[in-house]
Design a binder for this molecule. Structure first.
Ligand SMILES: [Zn+2]
Length: 270
């Protein structure tokens, strides 16, 4: 699933091409991906100008003129593609938007992704956005430690909880815990404030490094230009089961924690 760095990369890529363009036509092909938030149809975007694209957690938000916003969550296999990167085979095409110069197409093999069009000034009331915790970049180390300390679950599981902090998924939770030398199974509430503050610094460092490397392509993720990211080449523990820890050389372990595969070094992470 695309996580914060992947969604941020897609938002920036698409914004660099589409900002300032007017919608000529917008069409929803597959009704199942329309999120029912009780507002407008995709076709109502016609005539609106795209002002900007932002990200909140793992959601892309397209800001249009006329108090209109479109929220898109790619879930497992969603892809937003433009220009020559769109596919000749339209089997998995579920909606498209024709702009003045470019066409944006949404493909999704598993159809778990969601899209909806709502009033810009209702964004904060949207059910999915409303539940999201703060962005990691918006938190101070102190505030992050306070939020985490209240939780009586494994630290890895707490990091995946979008209501505590938005945007982290399996890859960056594992990588951040490795960077902070914290074992994923430790109870969140039992970890010292100093170590949690270090963890926040590690999260920011890992996320920024991943954004600068255009995200991680281990599944279906492609950036806005249809290209793979680079961060899969820089991962230290995620997906490295049995390979040597880059710090100590011992094999990386894999366990299942809260239903998610979890990778760590039993020597370096305590
Ligand atoms: Zn190690």
């Amino acid at each position: 699933m695309p996580e914060l760095p992947e969604v941020e990369t897609i938002a920036r890529d698409l914004a660099s091409i589409l900002t300032g363009q007017e919608v000529k036509r917008a069409k929803l092909i597959t009704a199942a991906i329309r999120e029912d938030c009780g507002y407008k149809n995709l076709s109502s975007l016609k005539g609106k100008c795209l002002n900007s694209i932002s990200r909140r957690g793992k959601n892309l938000i397209f800001h249009f003129s006329g108090n209109t916003a479109m929220i898109c969550h790619l879930k497992m296999t969603g892809q937003l593609l433009i220009r020559k990167n769109t596919r000749p085979d339209k089997k998995h095409l579920h909606f498209y938007i024709e702009f003045t110069k470019d066409k944006l197409e949404y493909y999704d093999v598993r159809k778990f992704g969601r899209v909806c069009v709502i009033k810009e000034n209702n964004l904060e009331k949207h059910p999915r956005l409303q539940k999201l915790g703060p962005e990691p970049f918006a938190l101070t180390p102190d505030l992050f430690a306070k939020l985490i300390k209240k939780r009586n679950k494994a630290i890895k599981t707490a990091l995946l909880d979008q209501e505590i902090c938005a945007g982290l998924g399996n890859i960056y939770a594992d990588e951040s815990l490795f960077d902070a030398s914290i074992r994923p199974t430790l109870k969140a509430g039992k970890i010292s404030t100093a170590r949690l503050k270090q963890l926040h610094r590690s999260i920011i460092k890992v996320l920024e490094y991943a954004i600068n490397n255009r995200g991680t392509s281990v599944d279906d993720y492609l950036d806005g230009f249809g290209q793979s990211g680079n961060f899969q080449n820089l991962l230290k523990v995620y997906g490295k089961t049995g390979q040597a820890c880059p710090n100590c050389g011992k094999p990386i372990k894999r366990i299942v924690l809260g239903g998610r595969s979890t990778h760590y070094c039993s020597i370096c992470q305590r």
